[in-house]
Design a binder for this molecule. Structure first.
Ligand SMILES: [Zn+2]
Length: 417
């Protein structure tokens, strides 16, 4: 089976309707045609008919409708010896834009793209998650509007917003739920507020879910099912299923593995209020504490991490030893995840994994020792190739998926001319 087909269902799966314009029902043929064009899987009428199994006349009728509404464009490419010159169908740049936001403890990434997910502009704002939603969200919306203006897209409506947060997220309600050390965010209606600010439906998701989606769609060798494990200030996991969608669980809490209790550390207090959590003994914060290094200075939230990464890159034996110890603790939990979910790829992400091989090596050794079975026979364990960009890329992937879902296309048609 072709890899791309394996990853993506023929039609995007339905998701909970986000706040925004009510969707109108979309004819199946029209949705099929638009999906093939949006995914660049077919760019001509003949190709669409062949791939969809729809009659040529039906395809022609749907394309005329999408052209009339300005959602797709048809351009002449090259020359034909006889007959009509070849034409190619693409999503119109005028059809709208997508805005994505990725909030982290250190900074906030913002990007605007066209409906295909092709980047128009991006920026990194000096806004940390601790800034709180009342200040952060309006500042982000303002930056999105400025980026659109600077790139001549003022008249192009924002069709979908996606916000990634370093917190457990209620995906249906679009708000973070009881995030440790994020004052002001608990239960804050992030989706509703962004919809109010940018006039577009908004999805809110956990940061590692988006990183996993970015790795699965755009990373190299990221075969699904893909498990992404992020080791930073906290520890979290995101799982992209064989169908190419994020496994969020019943309440959006899937992957919150940092608060798994590890044996032998009952005296260590975690930011969540419990003791002996994986995050409390093996996150970057725990490694810094073990090395007696301060986490941040008043003007630099990433001071400790930067110094740690320098020490690791220089082969500092004590720092490498602490990372190796953390890797053993993380490996025990990862081995259990591998046995439970049988991923094809395990991506290790975060600054320490980027700075040295020690974390990957120790996790890999524990996983193969503990989970030696059918589940590890073809398992690839590797570090992220997208690095810090994975989250923002995943947010774009989710925004595109949502835009061309049945609900999204309904809204697109409902508001197009
Ligand atoms: Zn905890």
């Amino acid at each position: 089976m072709h890899k791309e087909r394996e990853r993506r269902p023929a039609v995007p799966s339905a998701r909970p309707a986000p706040p925004g314009t009510p969707a109108q029902p979309v004819p199946v043929a029209l949705h099929t045609v638009l999906t093939l064009v949006a995914r660049s899987e077919a760019a001509s009428r003949a190709e669409i008919a062949r791939r969809s199994g729809l009659a040529r006349s039906t395809v022609g009728h749907q394309i005329d409708e999408l052209l009339r509404r300005g959602i797709i464009t048809e351009t002449v490419v090259g020359q034909s010896v006889r007959g009509r010159p070849p034409r190619t169908l693409t999503i119109s740049p005028e059809a709208g834009t997508l805005a994505v936001v990725f909030v982290s403890p250190e900074a906030t990434g913002v990007a605007v793209t066209d409906l295909n997910g092709d980047l128009i502009a991006q920026d990194t704002l000096d806004l940390r998650v601790e800034t709180g939603p009342d200040t952060l969200l309006p500042a982000v919306a303002e930056r999105v509007r400025t980026l659109l203006t600077e790139h001549g897209r003022t008249g192009s409506p924002v069709r979908q917003v996606v916000v990634g947060l370093p917190a457990p997220v209620d995906f249906v309600r679009g708000c973070p739920v009881r995030p440790p050390i994020m004052p002001g965010w608990d239960g804050f209606p992030v989706a509703a507020r962004m919809t109010e600010l940018l006039g577009a439906p908004t999805l809110v998701d956990n940061d590692v879910n988006l990183m996993a989606l970015g790795e699965a769609e755009r990373g190299t060798g990221g075969d699904v099912p893909l498990l992404c494990l992020s080791v930073g200030t906290g520890i979290g996991a995101g799982l992209v299923t064989a169908e190419g969608t994020v496994h969020r669980g019943a309440d959006g809490a899937a992957g919150d593995v940092g608060h798994t209790r590890v044996p032998g550390h009952d005296e260590v207090l975690c930011a969540c209020g419990k003791t002996g959590c994986l995050e409390a003994v093996a996150s970057c914060r725990a490694i810094l504490a073990a090395l007696d290094m301060p986490e941040h200075t008043p003007d630099d939230p990433a001071h400790g991490l930067r110094l740690l990464c320098e020490r690791l890159a220089n082969g500092d034996a004590q720092a490498l030893h602490e990372v190796g110890r953390a890797g053993v603790e993380i490996g025990e939990v990862v081995a259990m995840l591998v046995l439970a979910f049988n991923p094809r790829t395990l991506i290790l992400s975060g600054p320490v994994a980027d700075a040295c091989d020690e974390l990957l090596a120790s996790i890999r050794a524990v996983v193969y020792r503990r989970a030696l079975s059918l589940a590890t026979r073809k398992l690839v364990i590797t570090t992220s190739q997208l690095g810090a960009r994975a989250g923002l890329i995943g947010a774009v992937v989710l925004a595109v998926q949502q835009t061309f879902s049945p609900d999204g296309v309904g809204r697109l048609l409902g508001s197009a001319r």
